[in-house]
Design a protein around this ligand. Structure first.
Ligand code: ATP
Ligand code: MG
Length: 325
């Protein structure tokens, strides 16, 4: 494909994330339906070109567990990444629509993600870095594929600063500043699997109260007032609105920090309550969520786990499952 923005007709929006949005588009010259991810990047043209070069590796990624790549281009000021469209969307959207996902389907998800991660690492030395339900996609042919992996170091750097919020699939060692390894992805997989099986994010609203040094954040509304000059705000109303949104951001940062502390300090979540799920699935998730990365297994090792063996041999029909929603 020689992709040009003017050849892509936007059909609808598929979703929004931290770094931008994703649209369903038709490539008019070939009538190919694609997903176009628009990434807002505040970077020099030279950096943008570097990102584009790095993204080309995706042309060499061929696996049934990895989203196909059609190409990327710069559409000032954005970078557009065109990929295979998955008509059933991401797994977070699916469980939000239909509720907790059957554990046998979840085992197929685990299998697909482990295969995808093993392919990326063994063949291309790529670590995914962002495994979560919104980056695991499904289609009506019953295929499960991962997307949004960290192929471009420059891209990772360029969007890293715009983040606030939900990097909560992050492993304890990453939170503590260690390098990413394939084992960090395994932790994120464990959290994601619990989320799918329970139909909710496994860390309930953080209950820890030890939130001492939030030094970089204003600590109450009177502090906020001093950071914002009313004279420079048009009306009292927009001033109050701005104050409210700063307060909301402060709250978000605070609960984010509590969550990160919780992940580091507390025992890892489990697939439960006991007895609800097969023993092998509990054991697999426990293995993903070993807090010490030294003893946690790699995706390749985990492909040999009995629960994954079962998933491989299961005759569960995902095409049929896909047709139920
Ligand atoms: P974050 O920005 O934190 O990574 P995210 O993964 O939800 O969050 P995006 O990657 O921008 O954000 O994706 C937004 C939504 O678009 C996803 O949740 C998914 O539902 C949808 N989506 C992304 N890629 C595709 C695709 N190839 N086919 C179909 N839907 C897609
Ligand atoms: Mg994504």
């Amino acid at each position: 494909f020689d992709l040009r923005n003017e050849d892509l007709a936007e059909l609808r929006e598929l979703g929004q994330g931290n770094g931008g949005s994703v649209k369903k588009v038709e490539h008019l010259p070939t009538h190919t339906i694609m997903a176009k991810k628009i990434v807002l990047i505040d970077a020099k043209p030279s950096v943008r070109k570097q990102i584009l070069r790095e993204l080309q590796i995706m042309h060499d990624c061929h696996s049934q567990y990895i989203i196909s790549f059609y190409g990327a281009f710069i559409a000032d000021p954005n970078i557009c990444i065109c990929m295979e469209f998955m008509d059933k969307g991401s797994l977070d959207g699916i469980y939000k629509k239909i509720g907790p996902i059957d554990i046998e389907v979840v085992s197929k998800v685990a299998l697909a993600v482990l295969e995808g991660l093993t392919y990326l690492y063994d063949v291309h030395r790529i670590i995914h870095r962002d495994i979560k339900p919104s980056n695991i996609l499904f289609n009506s042919q019953g295929q499960i594929k991962i997307c949004d992996f960290g192929v471009s170091g420059e891209l990772i750097n360029s969007i890293a600063d715009t983040f606030v919020g939900t990097s909560t699939y992050m492993s304890p060692e990453r939170i503590q500043g260690a390098q990413y390894t394939v084992k960090s992805d395994v932790w994120s997989l464990g959290i994601s699997l619990i989320e799918l099986a329970l139909g909710r994010f496994p860390f309930s609203d953080s209950t820890d109260e030890d939130d001492d040094d939030l030094s970089s954040c204003p600590s109450d509304l009177s502090d906020l007032e001093s950071t914002l000059s009313p004279a420079r705000v048009k009306s009292r109303e927009s001033y109050l609105a701005q104050k409210a949104s700063q307060e909301a951001e402060r709250q978000a940062r605070k609960s984010q920090k509590q969550l990160l502390q919780h992940i580091v300090n507390e025992p890892a979540p489990k697939l439960g309550p006991e007895g609800r799920f097969p023993k092998e699935s509990e054991d697999f998730v426990d293995g993903c969520l070993l807090k010490d990365p030294e003893v946690r297994q790699t995706p390749k090792q985990l492909l040999l786990h009995p629960w994954i063996e079962h998933a491989r041999n299961s005759d569960l029909n995902l095409v049929e499952w896909a047709s139920t929603f």
